[in-house]
Ligand binder design. Structure first.
Ligand code: IFM
Length: 445
């Protein structure tokens, strides 16, 4: 296969997953309940009452899944650890069986020649911590630092780089502002302390990782924001949305300050949660890499109701995924160039830690192949335009539990029959495998 994507030597190829979306085995090995176990059990919370109780049964089938990864020729595998396997109540005693599972997973990955890239928190907070306020409670950040130290002490001899949080924006908005995800709070702007406490947790965990000589990353869901028109009102609305979705989670890390949220009527202390010294702490450990999860751009217009300073406008005339998300590959290029322009030398090397699409269940996978090819083209263009991008991890290896959508959205290179747990690689699996091999061949010898 000719290598049409002009990406540099050493560029790293991977896939991404998350614990609650694939592991299943939620009552095995001493695992405690997370907010997602409790939320998914609520009638009406998840489409068709689906839960992650079994998911892809990866807890038992991880050797088969690692064989699939080996078949792709991956450099890296991004997965998340379930905090409640390590500490069933999010604090206090360690659960040896939980740590042993991740020990086995890491060893099996290394044996397959794949570098593990763990995420410490991908939305499955211990329910015991939620009962004490979850991310609205400042102390959750301290608990996260303790948990980080535990797993870094156990796995840090074999795992060089760590992602602290996955998509703190999405977790705050869906979990705390709108109530669409666990833990199901609909607090609107009163959810903002959940953003600050996640970032504080990042800062504390980053220090713990660095003390142990480990590399630190974070994975943010970022979207290039376009104003629906050049009118002052639309442009101002787009700036407000950009501050909330993107800059709230990158400015404190890279510039040491929060963006101006005055358009939301929010002061710099984010609902009273920011204390003296917090911003210094959040930015104190420089990131070794910024993880970018990109799915689509956002088009924003002036507000249509008084509650928020923006409204979302449709993006017309482009293909749409099964999730109805617009497919705009060039948005990835624009996002990356925009990050470089905004943060300059403060921007660490970028890794695309998620990008992919949900499609219909069938195995004719042209849509996914086109999606991936388009985004890799856009990525290569961003690299040619001077953005330092070191790797690409597609979402996802397997069809899995897609949160409030249950098993209805299929993002996998590999189809999963959730009745039998049979894995069947789709056409995009072979396409990605050949792409990785062609990229390597180009630089071999
Ligand atoms: O499945 C999710 C993942 O958990 C976080 N980023 C977006 C993916 C697709 O919705």
């Amino acid at each position: 296969m000719p290598n049409r994507f002009d990406l540099p030597a050493g560029f790293r190829w991977g896939v991404s997953t998350a614990a609650y979306q694939i592991e299943g085995a939620v009552t095995e090995g001493g695992r405690g309940p997370s907010v997602w176990d409790v939320f998914a059990a609520r009638p009406g919370a998840v489409r068709d009452g689906h839960t992650g109780a079994v998911a892809c049964d990866h807890y038992h089938r991880y050797p088969e899944d690692i064989e699939l990864m080996r078949g792709l020729g991956l450099d890296g595998y991004r997965f998340s650890l379930a905090w409640t396997r390590v500490q069933p109540t999010g604090a206090g005693p360690v659960n040896p069986a939980g740590l042993a599972f991740y020990d086995r997973l890491v060893d099996a990955l290394l044996e397959a020649g794949i570098t593990p890239l763990p995420t410490l928190f991908h939305w499955d907070l211990p329910q015991a911590l939620e009962d004490r306020g979850g991310w609205l409670d400042r102390d959750t950040a301290n608990r996260f630092a303790d948990y980080t130290a535990i797993v870094a002490d156990r796995l840090g001899d074999r795992v060089p780089a760590w992602i602290t949080l996955n998509e703190p924006f999405v977790h705050m908005v869906y979990g705390y502002a709108l109530g669409i995800h666990a833990p199901g709070h609909a607090l609107m702007l009163d959810a903002l302390p959940a953003a600050h406490h996640q970032l504080l947790a990042h800062g504390l965990a980053a220090a713990a990782l660095r003390e142990r000589g480990l590399e630190v990353m974070i994975a943010n869901n970022l979207t290039p924001v376009r104003a629906a028109s050049s009118s002052d009102a639309d442009v101002a609305a787009a700036q407000a949305y950009d501050a909330l979705h993107n800059r709230l989670f990158t400015d404190p890390l890279l510039l040491g300050r929060y963006p101006d949220l005055s358009a939301f009527g929010v002061a710099d202390d984010l609902g009273g949660s920011v204390r003296d010294g917090d911003l210094k702490l959040i930015g104190a450990t420089p990131l070794d890499g910024l993880g970018v999860n990109y799915y689509n751009p956002t088009r924003i217009a002036a507000p249509t109701d008084p509650g928020l300073p923006f409204s979302e406008a449709p993006i017309e005339g482009v293909p749409r995924t099964a999730f109805d998300w617009p497919v705009v590959p060039d948005g990835l290029r624009g996002l990356l160039v925009g990050l470089r322009d905004r943060y300059g030398a403060a921007l660490p090397p970028v890794t695309i830690t998620e990008n992919g699409c949900s499609t219909a269940e069938d195995l004719d996978d042209t849509f996914r192949v086109d999606y991936l090819a388009g985004h890799l083209d856009a990525l290569a263009t961003a690299v040619a335009q001077g953005v330092d991008v070191r790797g690409y991890f597609t979402w996802s290896l397997l069809d899995n539990f897609e949160w409030a959508e249950g098993y209805h959205q299929r993002f996998g290179l590999v189809h999963v029959d959730f009745g039998t747990q049979r894995r069947t690689p789709r056409a995009s699996y072979a396409w990605y495998r050949d792409l990785i091999a062609a990229h390597r061949a180009r630089f071999a010898g």
